[in-house]
Design a binder for this molecule. Structure first.
Ligand code: GDP
Length: 427
């Protein structure tokens, strides 16, 4: 359908008709409910807070069960995200619950990079979902959605102010996940201090531009309770799986020599408020916000990074097909350019090597000529020496012969002399 036809169709006035009798489409909401119940739900909670702040205890208290956890050590050399998935059932509703613990958070001496593994984990879950969406054969129907729906940020009950690690981490996370800040171990801080601490935290979050999750007030059914609860943030909670007898009832509480802190007593802490807001009233909104706000932002940035856009430079709609074609052409052009560059580079390299080899050959030749000259010179000298020696030898031989001749003559002369003497004597 052409764009103008589509516009005309959309702008056409819709006519209201009354039905003659019951048709049945009023059962659509029920059909939806039944379908969702059969499918089951998934909910993923990320717990960020220092080791020993009470994350595991609070999760056990929230879901009224004991999740398998091993005590984290304080000697982790980096923050590590540990997801654990559980199948829970309440009435006929199945919930695939994933609790992700930021193990080792705040335990390192240098905490500059503590937020990074948390951010990376959240992005990886978005990326996995995006990859599934982009597949030709998608199976989102039974895809295990691991995107984080809520981040419970555990604040240490110091009574002073937020630590810079808390502010930095929350700031890095606020565009990626719904953050609900909670003051942990609220039984360790007095009521008046807690009140001041809550105000301080909220003002610090506002002045640092940290966006925390606001319970939605656009749905009439929950608008009132949600706006009241928004004013109670951050919730100050106490966790315990221990049961203590109060009156004639067994309640979850923490028992101290001076008294009992009841987890579900609203005048003792905000645990009930947190459970109500997180699970009973706003679980679906948290899931929806994750998909429509945080994931949408991730998807948009990622697709834009990949070069996809909805409009061309003249603000005209630009289809995915056109983007693909443009990108393909750009890519092919780029490829050709790279190929040409590489070919040129190869030719230059060959030329360079060729001239280097020629130079080497010339040097070798020169060396050879030089050596040849030296060799000839040496040869000439040796030849001359030989000649001199031969001449010396000839002269020597001549002298030797002369000496020998002289010697034989003198021998002869001395042998004749005694005979002459005898003769003289006789005479
Ligand atoms: P995690 O390392 O953050 O998971 O902390 P844990 O849940 O293992 O709790 C560490 C310790 O704090 C345990 O001894 C808990 O009993 C205790 N704890 C947990 N919640 C609270 C609380 O609300 N108040 C107090 N005073 N102690 C708590």
């Amino acid at each position: 359908m052409a764009a103008t036809d589509l516009e005309r169709f959309c702008n056409e006035e819709k006519r209201n008709l009354s039905l003659g009798g019951h048709v049945g489409f009023d059962s659509l909401p029920d059909q939806l409910v039944s379908k969702s119940v059969t499918q089951g739900f998934s909910f993923n909670i990320l717990c960020v807070g220092e080791t020993g702040i009470g994350k595991s205890t609070l999760m056990n208290t929230l879901f009224n069960t004991t999740f398998e956890t091993e005590e984290a050590s304080h000697y982790e050399n980096a923050v590590r995200l540990r997801p654990r998935t559980y199948d829970l059932q309440e009435s006929n509703v199945h919930l695939k619950l994933t609790i992700v613990d930021a193990v080792g958070f705040g335990d390192q001496i240098n905490k500059d990079e503590s937020y990074r593994p948390v951010v990376d984990y959240i992005d990886t879950q978005f990326e996995n979902y995006l990859q599934e969406e982009l597949k030709i054969r998608r199976s989102l129907f039974n895809y295990h959605d691991t995107r984080i729906h809520v981040c419970l940020y555990f604040i240490t009950p110091t009574g002073h102010s937020l630590k810079s690690l808390d502010l930095v981490t929350m700031k890095k996370l606020d565009s990626k996940v719904n953050i609900i800040p909670i003051i942990a171990k609220a039984d360790t801080i007095s009521k008046s201090e807690l009140h001041k601490f809550k105000i301080k935290i909220m003002s610090e979050l506002v002045s640092n531009g940290v966006q925390i999750y606001q319970f939605p007030t656009d749905d009439e059914a929950v608008a009132e309770i949600n706006s009241v609860m928004n004013a109670h943030l951050p919730f100050a909670v106490v966790g315990s799986t221990e049961e203590v007898k109060v009156g004639n009832k067994l309640v979850r509480a923490r028992q101290y020599p001076w008294g009992v802190v009841q987890v579900e007593n609203e005048s003792h802490c905000d645990f009930v408020k947190l459970r109500e807001m997180l699970i009973r009233v706003n679980m679906e909104d948290l899931r929806e916000q994750t998909h429509t706000r945080h994931y949408e932002l991730y998807r948009r940035c990622k697709l834009e990074e990949m070069g996809f856009k909805d409009t061309d430079p003249d603000s005209q709609p630009f289809s995915l097909q056109e983007t693909y074609e443009t990108k393909r052409k750009e890519f092919l052009g780029e490829l050709q350019k790279k190929e040409e560059e590489m070919r040129q580079m190869f030719v230059n390299k060959v030329k360079e090597t060729e001239s280097e080899l020629k130079e080497k050959e010339r040097e070798l030749h020169e060396k050879f000529e030089h050596l040849k000259r030296i060799h000839q010179e040496e040869k000439r000298k040796v030849e001359e020496k030989r000649r001199e020696l031969e001449e010396e030898m000839n002269a020597f031989n001549k002298r030797k012969l002369a000496v020998e001749t002289l010697q034989s003559q003198s021998l002869q002369a001395t042998s004749q002399q005694p005979l002459k003497k005898d003769k003289d004597k006789k005479n």
